[in-house]
Structures are given as structure tokens and as C-alpha cells.
Design a protein around this ligand. Structure first.
Ligand code: SAJ
Length: 413
């Protein structure tokens, strides 16, 4: 069996590697020549647990190879990004999904399976089907007649950065077949390595399930973030409030932080808001609360600066969450950049994954990158923005003002 995976990013590459390890011949496709070259050298272009070893093994065995163009295969998986626009109501951009569809259309044959994994607004799988049907009038697609020649399903990924390989195998999977047969064929494919259950539903439900999971988490984080801002205003320790509240058998509040980042939780809820702006009030508000949180952190730093105007500020952690080398849409990085711009030469930043930072939108602003110990030693105000495990054991001498946005020191105690 041969499988083509379009998009070799955070989802595509781990998925391609797992299929290859399970014995499938995988033809990986990416538009970025550097990504293709790195993978063909047996290396992962992203840092994720044991992914490097796995890629080395499956490329070495010849079961995974990377290319710039798709070829004929038995099944196709589309795992390309679905970004959002920057309007007031952020709208999904489906151009990568549609381009991926067009790139495989001419290779399609009777009996093929096409799976969309990219997070997508409800109705995208149908749009993809329509685009394919237009390009290939010689084939019957699901919904066009009794027996479809090409099977199509929406099967969202649900793996969390930092634990991707384990979650790929262990998590249950939602399989949204355009017909019952599409779902069964797709489930059989994932069955090659997935140990979790493959749960069958239709494509529109599966699309909504993926958005729901991330919107649920966003709303719950917004609750914690709003609570922390209310507590700050009232002079109460939010972490105490959450810890005591969570001793109630039916309360389980998440952790406040400097805001919500990454390419999923801060983005996917917008797909729901864009498709139902009048109804999705709470989901929309949660996005606003979480997007506002960096302002609150900056206001806390400004308050500390008012008491000590010449203070140096240490920003500890810049990635979008602990223990990952991913800086995309990171509220911590956003806060650090804004502080560095406001206080030239007086901000010291540290992140154990800084080697992967590159120039993440900070242009020529000097972030004053130094080891964590040095940042803490030199600074008068220490701001914990990400609770990296590698910050454990940092000693902070008395007299320094600490703003711990993630409750890091408390969890260490
Ligand atoms: N965060 C908090 N407080 C918390 C938990 C998280 O402020 O209590 C912040 C993090 O610091 C980060 C952001 O939220 O900035 C998102 O982090 P995350 O760990 O909650 O999630 P992601 O974005 O790494 O991965 C999510 C996961 N979705 C859910 O848990 C519902 C993952 O399973 C999905 O596969 C992934 O999105 C995705 O690709 O959609």
C-alpha cells in the first residue's frame, strides 16, 4: 500500500513517519525545498521528542521519502495549514487545502482514499470534494451516485506538541466519512498504528468536533485568565483561589498564564465565530479575554517600573508553552518584544529553546538573550512568562520584584 501525505509540518511529518514505521510506503510532499531536503537526509526539521530517531529510521529503510510534488498513491492525506486572516472577525484561509486538493486531482484513480486532516471550518470537506469533482469529471465522488470511485473523509489530528508520537498512537480518532464506506476505509488505514478507538461519524460533525475541542480549552483558559485579572484587582492570590476552588468535586479550573498561543487554540475558535458570529458570543469573548492577557502583564510590569524607574527586567521563557521549541503566536514573545522596545538595553530574555527562535518577528529589536541565571542576577524585576522545566532550581535573591504569570515558583515550592 502507498500513501501520499501533503504537508510535512508539525502534523504531517509525525503522521508520515508513523505510517512508514507501520510498513506503509509513504511519499511525503512539501512545498518547502529545505524541508524536503532535511527529511531526505533522515532528519526532522522540527524538534519533537523521539521524532528525529524515527525519521532517521524510516528514511533509512526507504519507507519514507520527501518530494516537492505528489505522485500516484492508494491513499492521500492532506495535512497543510489553515491560517486565519487578521480582520476583526478572523476568517479561515482555505487556499492551502484547496491547492493541495488540486495537486492530487490528476493522480486520482478508482478506489483511492482522500483524507483531510487540517483543522477546517464546517463544510470544507464538501468544498474539497466539489473541487476534486470539477477537475475529475471522469470519476464518481461521494454524494454523486451510489458507488463512489474515490472515498473521502475528514479525520482531524488531536495530538499535543511535546507528546505527539505517543498521542498519535494512543488517542482516540474521530473519522468523519462522507459515506459510511468512506469512514470504514479511513478507519482501516489509521488502524495500522492507532491503538486508540477510531470513532465513525460524518464529515461535518468531525469538522465541528475538532473546532469544539480547541474552543472548549480556549474558553476554559479564558475563565482562568479573567479570574486572575479580577483577583489582581482585588489583591487576592488567584493561584490560592484556584487551588481551593479545585478541591470542590465538580470544579476543575485551568491555569492562568500570559495569554494563549500556538497555532491551534488561539486560532481554531475563530472558525466557529466566523461561521456563526451572532450565536458564538461566549467563544468570541473568550478569544478577546485571552488576547487581552498580554496587556495585563505589561501593565503589571509598568506598575513595578513606576516604583523603580531604572529597573532592568528579565523575561523568562519566550515559547508559546513550556518545554517546546515553538515560538509561533507566543504571547510570551509578544510581551518580551514590547518590553524590549519600550526599555531599550534594559530587558534580558532567556529561553532554553532559544536556538530555534530565529527571527520570530522581532526584527532588529535586541531581546538581550542570556542564560536564565544571568538574566535573573542582573534584573530588578523578574517576569516568569513560561514555566520551562529547565528553569527549575533557579535561585532568585531577595529584594527582586517577581511577576510570575504562570505560577511557576509556586508549583516548585
Ligand atoms: N495554556 C494556559 N493555561 C492552561 C493550559 C494552556 O494558559 O491551563 C496555554 C498554553 O500556555 C498555550 C496555549 O494555552 O499558550 C495552548 O496550549 P495547549 O497545551 O493547551 O494546547 P496546544 O495548542 O499545544 O495543542 C492543542 C491541543 N488541544 C486540546 O488540548 C483540546 C491538542 O490536542 C490539539 O491537537 C492541538 O491544539 C491542535 O493541533 O489543534
Amino acid at each position: 500500500q502507498t500513501l501520499a501525505i501533503i504537508g510535512l509540518g508539525y502534523i504531517g511529518l509525525p503522521t508520515a513517519s508513523m505510517f512508514a514505521a507501520s510498513g506503509v510506503r509513504v511519499h511525503g510532499v512539501d512545498i518547502n525545498p529545505n524541508t524536503v531536503e532535511t527529511i531526505n537526509q533522515g532528519k526532522a526539521h522540527i524538534e519533537e521528542g523521539d521524532l528525529d530517531d524515527l525519521v532517521a529510521r524510516v528514511v533509512g529503510s526507504g519507507r519514507l521519502s520527501a518530494h516537492l510534488e505528489p505522485m500516484q498513491a492508494d491513499a492521500y492525506i492532506i495535512a497543510v495549514p489553515t491560517p486565519v486572516s487578521h480582520d476583526a472577525i478572523r476568517r479561515p484561509d482555505l487556499s492551502y487545502v484547496m491547492a493541495a486538493g488540486r495537486s492530487i486531482a490528476r493522480h486520482l484513480r478508482k478506489g483511492n482514499l482522500v483524507i483531510l486532516e487540517s483543522t477546517s471550518p464546517v463544510g470544507t470537506t464538501e468544498q474539497l470534494r466539489d473541487a476534486l469533482a470539477e477537475l475529475r469529471p471522469d470519476l464518481v465522488f461521494p454524494g454523486q451516485g451510489e458507488d463512489a470511485d474515490v472515498h473521502i473523509a475528514y479525520c482531524p489530528e488531536r495530538i499535543i506538541p511535546g507528546r505527539m508520537l505517543r498521542e498519535l498512537v494512543e488517542n482516540d480518532r474521530i473519522i468523519g466519512g462522507m459515506t459510511k464506506q468512506c469512514g470504514e476505509i479511513a478507519a482501516a488505514l489509521y488502524g495500522k498504528f492507532v491503538k486508540g478507538e477510531c470513532l465513525l461519524t460524518d464529515n461535518r460533525t468531525a469538522e465541528m468536533v475538532k473546532l469544539t475541542e480547541n474552543a472548549y480549552r480556549d474558553v476554559n483558559i479564558a475563565f482562568a485568565n479573567e479570574l486572575s485579572m479580577v483577583c489582581d484587582e482585588l489583591g487576592i492570590d488567584a493561584w490560592d483561589v484556584i487551588e481551593f476552588s479545585n478541591r470542590h468535586p465538580r470544579v476543575s479550573i485551568l491555569n492562568p498564564g500570559p495569554g494563549v498561543g500556538g497555532h491551534c487554540i488561539a486560532v481554531d475558535p475563530w472558525f466557529i465565530v466566523a461561521s456563526s458570529p451572532e450565536r458564538a458570543q461566549l467563544i468570541h469573548q473568550a478569544r478577546k479575554v485571552n488576547d487581552y492577557k498580554p496587556e495585563h502583564v505589561i501593565a503589571q510590569v509598568e506598575q513595578a517600573l513606576a516604583e523603580n524607574p531604572d529597573a532592568k527586567v528579565a523575561c523568562l521563557g519566550l515559547s508559546y508553552k513550556p518545554d517546546v521549541d515553538d515560538f509561533r503566536e507566543s504571547p510570551a514573545l509578544d510581551i518580551a518584544i514590547r518590553l524590549a522596545r519600550r526599555l531599550p538595553g534594559r530587558v534580558l530574555c532567556s529561553d532554553p529553546y532559544a536556538h530555534a527562535l530565529g527571527n520570530a518577528g522581532h526584527g532588529d529589536i535586541d531581546l538581550g538573550m542570556v542564560p536564565a541565571e544571568e538574566a535573573v542576577e542582573q534584573a530588578d524585576i523578574v517576569v516568569f512568562l513560561v514555566g520551562h522545566a529547565k528553569f527549575r532550581g533557579l535561585s532568585i535573591t531577595e529584594g527582586k520584584r517577581v511577576i510570575d504569570t504562570v505560577g511557576f515558583l509556586r508549583r516548585q515550592a
